[in-house]
Design a protein. Structure first.
Length: 260
């Protein structure tokens, strides 16, 4: 890779739409609050900007309730960007709205043409490889097509498996630096991170595993004090952001931005 995996100059976000209350969810724990989502989104953008990065803030898409979760629409790498092919039918149309934005940012824009499906939430780019978790949203054909594209750019791709009942691979893990991964114990126990330094989240704080390292900061969901303390003690600068409304839609810190 040409850059450490956590150093970014730009990010793309999208403001939540009023239709967010109709967003997909694996389990109904109540509808998210649009007011709460907007406030948390603003805090998220402020944190990104505080690192000196340029943040491209896109308008809401009322026709696509889950469009706030922009990470699933693309994979951004130093060599170019790849448009994904979401596994949720209601989200397929989001990609066409992201395409022109990425075309303005990249000279080389590719796309997953199918028939397979793959979402950005299942892809973790480390300092040495691209890890892709098979899930209900990402299938073998989608992984194979992505492997071909990233291989042309000099990246090695390794297929792993998302734990049963977990929406995306990155629901259970995140990159803290090029060689360090924050993970749930159920995922790290699979051996998929052998050779990396692994920080397991505290017992009962599994939802803390979806964080993002963005330049000097770790953007981290509020409400998981033991894991936050562990990261702080390990030398990371943690910024806690309210993720309570996002979590009702199975969303987390990484879902809310494309970073490059």
């Amino acid at each position: 890779m040409t850059n450490p995996s956590f150093e970014f100059s730009r990010a793309i976000t999208r403001r939540p739409a009023a239709s967010i209350i109709d967003g997909l969810r694996a389990e109904d724990t109540g509808s998210p609050s649009l007011t709460g989502m907007l406030a948390a989104h603003q805090a998220y953008v402020v944190a990104l900007k505080s690192t000196g990065a340029q943040v491209i803030e896109l308008d809401p898409l009322e026709a696509f309730p889950d469009a706030v979760f922009v990470e699933d629409t693309a994979l951004c790498l130093p060599q170019g960007a790849i448009l994904m092919r979401p596994g949720a039918p209601s989200r397929m149309g989001e990609v066409a709205h992201m395409a022109p934005v990425l075309r303005d940012c990249y000279d080389d824009l590719r796309e997953i043409k199918g028939p397979g499906h793959i979402e950005g939430g299942d892809i973790l780019v480390t300092g040495r490889e691209v890890l892709v978790g098979r899930s209900d949203r990402t299938d073998a054909a989608g992984v194979a097509e992505l492997a071909e594209i990233v291989g042309e750019w000099g990246h090695s791709l390794r297929e792993v498996f998302t734990p049963p009942g977990v929406l995306h691979f990155k629901t259970d893990c995140s990159l803290m630096d090029a060689e360090t991964i924050l993970s749930t114990k159920r995922l790290s126990a699979s051996g998929c991170f052998d050779g990396y330094k692994v920080l397991d989240v505290a017992e009962g704080e599994e939802a803390a595993a979806n964080a993002i390292r963005f330049n000097n900061l770790v953007l981290f969901p509020a409400g998981f004090p033991r894991t936050a303390e562990m990261l702080s003690n390990a030398g990371y600068e943690v910024v806690e952001i309210d993720n309570s409304d996002c979590a009702k839609l199975d969303g987390g810190m990484s879902c809310l931005s494309l970073r490059f």
